[in-house]
Design a binder for this molecule. Structure first.
Ligand code: PYC
Length: 310
């Protein structure tokens, strides 16, 4: 299997160029459902150690249903198939340019949740214009076992986020184990309470924010992903969901720029325009770097050809 690995603000993306499972040619949401239901072994084999690494997101290229898109893509991490992925879309655009498949400029990419646009400004810098994001619930209280009450918003940015601002714990590298544990317990408790999207969609990500101590007016976040690992980047879909919350509170005006930092110190520039459905259309600018191009081999004799599953 031919793969290209990149990172976006430290967060890994693996673009899968061939040997994907047969998913048919229907709508991408349908193909994504088939991937999640019937091909977990494939997802584990390409993302879990020893071939993959913690926090890695795969971008499985599939034929788009629309002529105006350069490709279709289905993203997944080791825990779930994702609706969209901001950092991986930046990584995908940079990878397609590395392969000579797209020039600088604007391109459309079809995902299971809709068409997103990428603007490739140079070999590494990409602005993603996401699907419409929205806040669904505000100031929801969750009693987190072992911690106490936590209040946050439920918002959609291509994935489903519980967003807490300010974070109950400082968003620092030293706190990553504690932030991870708190976020897992918070997500599981909120899901058990039935806090969900309009059609019962469960929370798949948790974002804990705080004002950046060194950059007045900017924010720093910790984001937990479905694989129970944290996003090294500031999380594109989470940043989009957060923009929807800021817009709902009139804390950021349309077109106004802000900067979102991740817990490891990488950053995105963000802004939004009002969406047609009452939410926001987020623009996320970040950088990705290709760092490996390789072929994954799966020997039938290898006891860990399907990944390490503990
Ligand atoms: O950037 O949207 C994102 C993302 C989701 C999971 C990991 N990164």
């Amino acid at each position: 299997m031919h793969v290209i690995d990149s990172h976006t603000g430290g967060e890994p993306t693996r673009v899968l160029l061939d040997h994907g499972p047969e998913l048919g040619d229907g709508p991408l949401a349908e193909r994504a459902r088939r991937l999640a239901e019937d091909h977990q072994g494939f997802c584990d084999a390409v993302l879990r150690e020893p071939r993959g690494q913690p926090a890695m997101v795969a971008a499985l290229l599939v034929p788009p249903t629309r002529d105006d898109c350069v490709t279709g893509v289905i993203y997944f991490d080791a825990g779930a198939v994702l609706g969209m992925c901001g950092h991986a879309t930046i990584g995908l655009a940079v990878t397609l340019a590395h392969l000579g498949r797209i020039p600088l400029g604007r391109h459309r990419i079809e995902t299971p949740v809709g068409v997103v646009e990428v603007t490739l400004s140079d070999a590494n810098t990409v602005t993603v214009t996401n699907v419409e994001s929205r806040r669904v619930l505000d100031a929801v209280n969750v009693e987190v076992p072992g911690h106490g009450p936590v209040t946050g918003d439920l918002a959609y940015g291509g994935n489903w986020f519980f967003i807490v601002d300010p974070s109950p714990l400082p968003v620092t590298a030293a706190n990553i184990p504690a932030l991870t544990q708190l976020s897992i317990t918070l997500r599981d408790t909120a899901n058990a309470k039935g806090i969900s999207g309009e059609e019962g969609q469960p929370i798949d990500h948790v974002m804990l924010n705080e004002p950046h101590p060194d950059h007045p007016g900017q924010s720093r976040n910790f984001t937990l992903c479905p694989d129970d690992d944290y996003d090294r980047s500031p999380c594109g879909t989470g940043s989009s969901a957060r923009l929807a919350c800021l817009a709902a509170e009139s804390l950021l005006a349309p077109g106004e720029e802000t900067v979102q930092h991740s817990v490891i110190g990488s950053r995105y520039q963000l802004s939004y325009q009002p969406g047609k459905g009452g939410g926001v259309i987020a623009s996320i600018t970040g950088q990705a770097f290709v760092h490996a191009e390789s072929r994954l081999l799966f020997s039938p004799q290898d006891p860990f050809r399907g990944g390490i599953l503990l």
